[in-house]
Design a protein around this ligand. Structure first.
Ligand code: 5BU
Length: 245
C-alpha cells in the first residue's frame, strides 16, 4: 500500500481529515495530546526541534500511540537547503527524522535537488513508506509565495512521483490525481494571532477552496477539552470533505 493509500484508508475508516499540530516544548505534552485526540485524527504533526527533551523513548511512545489510534506521524521540518545537506538533516543528527516520521514538509526554494536529497537519505523500500509535502503556499500574512512561486513549487512537487504526498496550501493547487491538499491556519472562527498567523474556517478551506486535510494547532491544543474540540473539528471538516466526493 502506498503512503497515499494508507492515509486515505485512515481518513475513510476514522472519518477524519483532521491533522492536529502538537506544538509543545515537552514531549509528555505531545504524548498527552496524541492520546487525547488520537481517535479523532488521521495525522499528528510535530515540530521536534521545539522539544527540550527529545529522546528515542519519546519516538517509541509516539509510534505506539500512532499504532494504537491509527494515525500518521508528520514532522513539519520544512527542509530548505541543498540536497546534500538535507540528506543529512533528514536522516542524521539528534532527531534522525527519517527513522520515525511518515511525512515531512519541504520548501522547494532550492529547486528539485532538495527533494532528491530527501530521497537519497532513504532506501528504496523506505521511499515507498515515506512521503513529503511541498509547501506551495503559507498561511502567514504577507508571505512571499506569489502565484508564480506557487506554480513552480507545484511543478517541482508533481515531478517528485510517489514520494510526493501532497501540498501545503491555502487552496487546491494541483489537478494531479492522488495528490492531496493540506492546509494549516484553520480555526472554527476566522482571525489571526499577534505574529502574522491567519486563520480561515473549515467551511472556507474544505468547502469552498477544495482542500482535503485541515491542520489545527491552538484551536484544539489550547481548548479546555482537546478531545471533544478535536471531535467537533473532525465532524465539521469530514462532512464538508464528504460532500465534495
Ligand atoms: P496553529 O496553532 O493552528 O496556528 O498552528 C499551525 C501549525 O501549522 C504550526 O505548527 C505551524 O508551524 C504550521 N504552519 C502554519 O501555521 N502555516 C503554514 O503556512 C505552514 C505551517 Br507551511
Amino acid at each position: 500500500m502506498s503512503l497515499q493509500e494508507r492515509l486515505l484508508s485512515i481518513v475513510e475508516k476514522k472519518k477524519s481529515n483532521l491533522c492536529v499540530a502538537a506544538d509543545f516544548e515537552n514531549s509528555a505534552d505531545v504524548l498527552r495530546i496524541a492520546e487525547q485526540v488520537g481517535p479523532h485524527i488521521c495525522m499528528l504533526k510535530t515540530h521536534a526541534d521545539i522539544l527540550v527533551d527529545f529522546s528515542q523513548e519519546f519516538v517509541t511512545s509516539l509510534q505506539d500511540l500512532a499504532k494504537k489510534h491509527n494515525f500518521l506521524i508528520f514532522e513539519d521540518r520544512k527542509f530548505a537547503d541543498i540536497g546534500k545537506t538535507v540528506q543529512h538533516q533528514y536522516s542524521a543528527g539528534t532527531l534522525k527524522i527519517s527513522s520515525w516520521a511518515d511525512v515531512v514538509t519541504v520548501n522547494v526554494l532550492p529547486g528539485p535537488g532538495v527533494i532528491q536529497g530527501l530521497k537519497a537519505a532513504l532506501s528504496e523500500q523506505e521511499q515507498r513508506s515515506r512521503g513529503c509535502l511541498v509547501i506551495a503556499e503559507m498561511s502567514s500574512a504577507d508571505n512571499l509565495a506569489t502565484a508564480d512561486y506557487t506554480k513552480h513549487a507545484v511543478e517541482i512537487g508533481e515531478a517528485a512521483g510517489d514520494f510526493l504526498l501532497g501540498f501545503i496550501c491555502q487552496h487546491r493547487v494541483s489537478q494531479k490525481p492522488g495528490v492531496l491538499h493540506f492546509t494549516p491556519g484553520v480555526k472554527l472562527q476566522a482571525g489571526g494571532d499577534n505574529l502574522g498567523q491567519c486563520y480561515l474556517t473549515p467551511e472556507e478551506i474544505v468547502g469552498r477552496r477544495g482542500c482535503d486535510i485541515i491542520i489545527v494547532g491552538r484551536g484544539i491544543c489550547q481548548a479546555d477539552c482537546p478531545a471533544s474540540t478535536a471531535q467537533t473539528y473532525q465532524k465539521v471538516a469530514y462532512e464538508l470533505y464528504q460532500k465534495r466526493q
